[in-house]
Design a protein around this ligand. Sequence first.
Ligand SMILES: Nc1nc2c(c(=O)[nH]1)N[C@H]1C(S)=C(S)[C@@H](COP(=O)(O)OP(=O)(O)OC[C@H]3O[C@@H](n4cnc5c(=O)[nH]c(N)nc54)[C@H](O)[C@@H]3O)O[C@H]1N2
Ligand SMILES: Nc1nc2c(c(=O)[nH]1)N[C@H]1C(S)=C(S)[C@@H](COP(=O)(O)OP(=O)(O)OC[C@H]3O[C@@H](n4cnc5c(=O)[nH]c(N)nc54)[C@H](O)[C@@H]3O)O[C@H]1N2
Ligand SMILES: [Mo]
Length: 766
Amino acid sequence: MAVLRSLSHWGAFRAEVVDGELVSVSPFEHDPHPTPLIGVWPEMLTSPMRVERPVIRKGWLAGDGGARRGEDDFVAVPWDEALDIAAAEIRRVREEHGNQALFAGSYGWSSAGRVHHARTLIRRFYNTLGGFTDQTTNYSYGAAMAFLPRVVGVTNAIGSSVTSFATIRDHCDVMLALGGIPKKNWEVNSGGFGQHRYETFLNGVAGRTRIVNVSPYRGDVDPRFPCEWLPIRPNTDTALLLAIMQVLVSDGSHDQEFLDRYCSGAESLIAYLVGETDGEAKTPSWAEAITGIPAQEIAALARSLVGKRVLVTANWSLQRARHGEQPYWATVALAAMLGQIGLPGGGFAFGYGSSNGMGNPRYATPLYGLPTGENGTGFAIPCARVSDLLLNAGQSFRFDGKDYTYPKIELVHWAGGNPFHHHQDLNRLREAFRQPQTVIVNECYWTATARHADIVLPATTSLERNDIGGASRDPFILAMHKLVPPVGQSRDDYEIFAALAARLGAEEAFTEGRSADEWVRFAWAQISSNLSSRGIEPPSFEEFWETGYFEMPEPRENYVMFADFRDDPVANRLPTPSGRIELGSTRIREMTDGAQPGHPVWLDPEEWLGADLARTYPIHLLTPQPERRLHGQMDWSAHSREGKVREREVMRIHPEDAAMRGINDGDAVRLFNERGSCFAIASLDDGLTRGVALLPTGATYDPDGTGDRNSNPNVLTRDIGTSELGQGCAAQSCLVEVEKFAGELPPLRVNRPPVQHEGGDFKLVK
Ligand SMILES: Nc1nc2c(c(=O)[nH]1)N[C@H]1C(S)=C(S)[C@@H](COP(=O)(O)OP(=O)(O)OC[C@H]3O[C@@H](n4cnc5c(=O)[nH]c(N)nc54)[C@H](O)[C@@H]3O)O[C@H]1N2
Ligand SMILES: Nc1nc2c(c(=O)[nH]1)N[C@H]1C(S)=C(S)[C@@H](COP(=O)(O)OP(=O)(O)OC[C@H]3O[C@@H](n4cnc5c(=O)[nH]c(N)nc54)[C@H](O)[C@@H]3O)O[C@H]1N2
Ligand SMILES: [Mo]
């Protein structure tokens, strides 16, 4: 191999390997702005935090019922024994309680490589056994994923292709960016990619387009790019959007023709805006009381949009809040009132600030993961309802207009995700994790989730196996070369599931007679045939593997969302009941028994700065994605640690909010509410809306009673769905109090692996 290469969700890289050891990494030669995140690998590949061998929790072996999950020691066992025990347990639960009692939704990002994608493999495995309780939608934009199709009929408005950045560059006058366009989020994209394009995007747009960063945080647009900042209280964007629409409607400057031709139900929204429905017009002064933005500014902003090409955008975090469906619906509605949906550089789009490659041309780069097969139970919960599932067996819940019942779960199996990173209200999750009889986790590292398991199976990272990765929005298909042999006794997830399948009589169904490397070749064959069918000449596998990447040709056209629909709304009707954009919807009203009135509406998010609860917990805590890692991954790396102070995460707070509490820059603070508490180091920042604090996610949970010794904000967040419509994660609706912490910060226990004994006599080995 000329050059060894690999890839992670934060980008492609070249590797220097000497004597089976990864010595250094260097950026992919076609990445214009590589991230320092790739540098974590030489340290983290062989970190002491790797799970080195299969272990079983001591109390589980003694039949303790799970009460000590997360507190207990482990016992090392040989692979065969671990696999025998895990397989026997899966068989027993399936036979005694049925397939629904197996929960293996396994939400999480796992690896960039698509063949070895752990979440795909675990689903394939359980489906060969007849099925399991799965998870649907996602944490990123789960509410929108379920809800947007009700409004515009399709999901591509969020997940895949959005209006191309080149059309913004050439046509857009105003980009009203709710939640901004943060640089840090462009460091990553699921599946990995060849090119970081934040600079390309903003360099192109910032010249001609007026960018308005509507956000609680000025830093949500990189300060190198000119933009206006409109500070807003969190979770109140819907009120702002409604007031802008109210001004347009009362001035008569909205596009009635567009509403008549392309939308349905606009009259019910307009009746609400002008106050016919509830006696209150949604004026700028009405919105000032909610958003904290002066009424004159709202009115001036509204009027400044008239006659301009306007793109209304929102990042994904806006809908990870209570009633997160509403700001998205209101975004669509404002764009409709402005009449530019389907025009280049106009209309609406989501996620430009949320992930690398948003706004790229539509490469539709083909990739291939193993088929997951049919789930025999046909049952999946919305992914963020995991604690409800484990705690509320037999109870019903509503999702997207249908009622379901939670089954009783007896076995949980996770491969490639970290619920003790991603889920809200970790004390409640802890209680939930104590319910099943058995918890199995495949992990590369000693995450908080691995620590809460009964059986921990050590998995290789993607650097220890051959694979192919990439993302549909990026032009590169990337070869991932096996750089080093498996670390410790770790095995590929593929091998682990094949071995479990063999013990359960399903080996052939799982492997189809192929080794993992044969699947990689098979994947290339599938990708090649996709390329060929599009008139693109693919190289042979050998050539691809040797070159290390394949670059897609640039698409000829720039994509504009809903351009076809605009051209001909009859021939290209949307798959909604009216065939149009639904600004009013009786179906949505009925789905909630009237709780949602059937048009975009301001609904109280319960935990926000206008709530009664804000008298007790006056700080709205936002928990954005971390700059120096991907979620909880690589939290132990030097790069992640360099962003911390005294091993704790930095929390941004407004200088006046800090002063009221006697907090100085660099002080240790304790954040708390009724759900829990954690620590952080204060950083004073006047680029925040008053009353808001920002603490990124991803510090490894280190429980101590209901508190976290570390800085994991999910001990504080509320575990509730966005609403019964989308049932998405609502982490961004969270009130806390912050106090100066004068004491000694408690030492962390999660910076080293848990205690592991030698099998048999429990002799201490670590
Ligand atoms: N408060 C708050 N919470 C949030 C959010 C928020 O904004 N605020 N955001 C949410 C969002 S959008 C998301 S996507 C989630 C992310 O949540 P997760 O995706 O669960 O977080 P990760 O830390 O990426 O977890 C992936 C795990 O997979 C493991 N892994 C990697 N490769 C492999 C492999 O090959 N095999 C196996 N077996 N394991 C592997 C990694 O070691 C890691 O522990 O967090 C959510 N949580
Ligand atoms: N470096 C890095 N990049 C990542 C990730 C990572 O872990 N690390 N994770 C990736 C994943 S899985 C996802 S889903 C995306 C998430 O992408 P997003 O959901 O867009 O990102 P966040 O960082 O949660 O939020 C961005 C900003 O939104 C603002 N915001 C929060 N609430 C509100 C609100 O109510 N109104 C307004 N107007 N603004 C608000 C906050 O100021 C915050 O800084 O990021 C991806 N990118
Ligand atoms: Mo996400």
